[in-house]
Design a binder for this molecule. Structure first.
Ligand code: DC
Length: 230
């Protein structure tokens, strides 16, 4: 049997609040490709740990959960995702800042990252994949056809998160969010394994002052120039 051709992958990496989640979702919908929200997987590991009553520093038990937890991503029919963990819907809980902090903590552990590697690669199915995260272009999909590193000023990122949380009806405090984003940036970019940084062949897009539609257009043009879509 002939080997099937590799599935094209576009990676969108960047720090918290850079807009990569929204941009990735819009892009995937626009071109009809699958979406990998890799941050959600790290959030799910942290949440599974809390639900299982694990000690927050128990690396081995969190690693086992990273391998075995049952996760399901569906379209919520309103332009977002619906995420289930072991059958129960956790979408909203997963978006909380507490889940983000937990994710950033477990994401610094090499065995957890290793346990999630093949799970993430399995998302690459025809006709293509848009992969959103921190190390999509550097570690998980180093052969990706197009790599984007999306960033924005720290102030703008905190403000975007603030608006996002408010829109979802959650409590939010701008000063606290700015502090948490700075802490998370620091932890994600200084960890020993797969730190947040652009792949050498990534195209850096600073989205400060740009709308989601403008950023999606930049990525669409870049992909078109490479013949990834029409
Ligand atoms: O993108 P997000 O906010 O949902 O990610 C939550 C945390 O997970 C983030 O602080 C760092 C970690 N993460 C990671 O280490 N590697 C990824 N590919 C995605 C997320």
């Amino acid at each position: 049997m002939a080997a099937s051709p590799p599935v094209p992958v576009v990676t969108i990496d960047g720090p918290s609040g850079s807009g990569k989640g929204t941009v990735s979702r819009e892009l995937a919908r626009h071109v009809g490709w699958h979406l990998l929200d890799s941050g959600a997987l790290y959030r799910l590991v942290a949440l599974s740990g809390v639900r299982a009553g694990l000690r927050p520093d128990d690396v081995a038990a969190h690693t086992a959960l990273a391998r075995t937890m049952a996760v399901q991503f569906d379209d919520d029919g309103r332009g977002g995702e619906r995420i289930r963990l072991d059958g129960a819907e956790v979408t909203r809980e997963l978006r909380s800042e507490a889940a983000g902090q937990g994710a950033s903590r477990v994401a610094a552990w090499p065995p957890v990252r290793a346990a999630l590697l093949e799970r993430q690669r399995a998302f690459a199915e025809p006709p293509g994949l848009v992969a959103d995260g921190r190390d999509m272009g550097t570690v998980v999909f180093p052969e990706a056809a197009l790599k984007i590193y999306l960033t924005a000023s720290a102030e703008e990122r905190a403000l975007r998160r603030y608006k996002q949380l408010k829109e979802k009806g959650s409590d939010a405090n701008l000063a606290a969010l700015s502090r948490e984003i700075a802490e998370r940036d620091q932890r994600d970019s200084t960890r020993a394994v797969a730190p947040l940084r652009p792949a050498p062949d990534a195209r850096i897009v600073d989205s400060t002052g740009m709308s989601v539609a403008e950023v999606v257009d930049v990525v669409l043009s870049a992909g078109r120039a490479q013949g990834l879509w029409g």
